[in-house]
Design a protein around this ligand. Structure first.
Ligand SMILES: N[C@@H](CCC[C@H](N)C(=O)O)C(=O)O
Length: 287
């Protein structure tokens, strides 16, 4: 019986199936990402918020994605659970880097990893927290969202580009963060976000910390989102009249640390590999 080798991992409970595919032999695009949807399915598949394909930067997958490897040997080819592509994944890239170390593909240390949003430098060892230079996070226009469907809660937010699109909403104290319905896709201004958007709701900055929940484009509500955490930290600092600082972000899945300076942002948090095996691809997928 054939199958696909995989590793399962998570970063603050944002979970991923890692697919080692150095030469890009697996077809992840066929039938609008049906293979990705199948492997991420929580009952019929392995279950995950997304897929991290580990593929070489000098092969056809990176070339087709328009990714210039530069000094990076490895390209994180990220897919959301619904099969859609995303430019960047802040929790995923830490898991990806941990996989590279555990697989012996890189030594512990600082390494460039290619993504659709550009190359990111990741500092990783075998067990400790992983730090990613996430690049600049660009503040955009203010906008609004409605969470919880028709008759839901309207919130003001600000667009933040972290390589992928976010609408980060610092909620007033009258909004009970824990009771918001973020399972349903929040409404947003499609003219501002033509490729969709990840929506974060967070508490105002108090003593350098916020609490944050997220609905991710292509995956639904997740326990954490690394790029969303950076977007939330930037929005919280902005709401407090600041452009730089360090923010501790508590998500339902765990705690992350974000650094924001004038030129760039950093994200530090855990990355764990929890299982490995062979996925017996459903015959109907014809793989
Ligand atoms: N969970 C990720 C973000 C994954 C991509 C996102 N859903 C999108 O479509 O932009 C993270 O940790 O950053």
């Amino acid at each position: 019986m054939g199958g696909v080798e995989f590793v399962k991992g998570h970063g603050t409970e944002n979970d991923f199936v890692v697919l080692p595919d150095p030469d890009g032999l697996i077809d992840l695009d066929g039938d609008d990402g049906r293979l990705v949807r199948a492997v991420c399915h929580r009952r019929r598949g392995i279950g995950a918020d997304g897929v991290l394909r580990v593929v070489r930067t000098d092969g056809p997958v990176a070339a087709a994605a328009g990714v210039a490897g530069g000094e990076a040997t490895w390209f994180m080819d990220y897919r959301n659970a619904d099969g859609s592509l995303a430019e960047m994944c802040g929790n995923g890239i830490r898991v990806f880097a941990r996989y590279l170390v555990e697989a012996g593909l890189v030594a512990p240390g600082a390494h460039p990893v290619a993504t659709r949003a550009g190359t990111r430098r990741v500092t990783v060892d075998h067990t400790g927290p992983v730090t990613v230079d996430m690049g600049p996070a660009e503040l955009g226009p203010y906008s609004t969202t409605v969470v919880g469907g028709a008759g839901g809660v309207e919130l003001d937010g600000v667009a933040v580009d972290v390589g992928n699109p976010h609408l980060a909403c610092v909620a007033p104290p009258s909004v009970a963060l824990d009771t918001l319905d973020l399972a349903r896709p929040p409404a947003y201004d499609a003219s501002l976000f033509p490729r969709g958007v990840n929506v974060e709701v967070l508490t105002p900055l108090v003593d350098g910390a916020v609490r944050l929940r997220v609905h991710e484009r292509g995956s639904g509500e997740t326990r954490s989102c690394g790029t969303g955490t950076v977007a939330g930290a930037v929005a919280a600092l902005h709401a407090a009249g600041r452009g730089t600082g360090t923010v501790t972000v508590d998500t339902p899945g765990g705690t992350l640390l974000v650094g924001v300076d004038a030129a760039s942002t950093t994200l530090t948090g855990p990355a764990e590999l929890v299982a490995r095996g062979t996925w017996g691809v459903p015959v109907a997928l014809g793989v």
